[in-house]
Write a protein that binds this ligand. Structure first.
Ligand SMILES: [Zn+2]
Length: 180
């Protein structure tokens, strides 16, 4: 299975790269430019453009990355809007600077409309916190079909986060075992 991940700007660490001209790309957030030759690629990796963003495609799974596949067109906008609201809320769940940076990167670069998304444990954790916070607040009435799509992606993220956590726990236990 190959995975495709948007490349995050090396300057601001948040924005995606979009093609400027020929082999030159620019960050859509801070404008920093990068030539394709500057991206160091392993033999199993190549550059590709998805939804206007420069991405890296890998032919094999990457450890510590968890894939979540959106099944409905409303799910990516829902997650991005949830992160935006949580970020705007001064006393919200993303008050830590590291979490705010992760949330901005997810919103601006990682969570493409179509997916699938390859997410780290920290990214999944940030999404879980933001989604939980949003559910605890007054909900505006939405179409039941849309509501179900929102619930499904919330569950998919929670279960990916749980499996990320289990992996960590197992690695820790195996580490302990090896030390005995
Ligand atoms: Zn940038």
């Amino acid at each position: 299975m190959s995975i495709v991940m948007p490349i995050v700007c090396t300057q601001c660490r948040i924005g995606p790269y979009a093609r400027l001209r020929a082999a030159l790309y620019a960050c859509q957030r801070c404008g920093a430019q990068r030539h394709v030759a500057e991206f160091e690629l392993a033999s199993c990796e190549r550059l590709t453009v998805e939804e206007g963003r420069l991405c890296i495609q890998r032919d094999r799974a990457v450890p510590d990355l968890f894939t979540v596949e959106p099944t409905h067109g409303v799910q990516a906008p829902y997650l991005r809007a949830t992160l935006k609201r949580a970020l705007l809320h001064e006393l919200g769940p993303l008050a830590q600077p590291e979490q705010a940076e992760i949330a901005m990167r997810l919103r601006e670069t990682t969570l493409t409309d179509r997916g699938p998304w390859s997410l780290t444990r920290a990214e999944l954790g940030t999404l879980v916190v933001a989604l939980r916070w949003r559910r605890g607040r007054a909900q505006t009435a939405v179409d039941p079909h849309v509501e179900r799509a929102h619930e499904n992606i919330t569950k998919a993220i929670a279960s990916a986060y749980a499996s990320a956590y289990e992996n960590d726990l197992r690695a820790m236990q195996e580490g302990k075992g090896a030390g005995q």
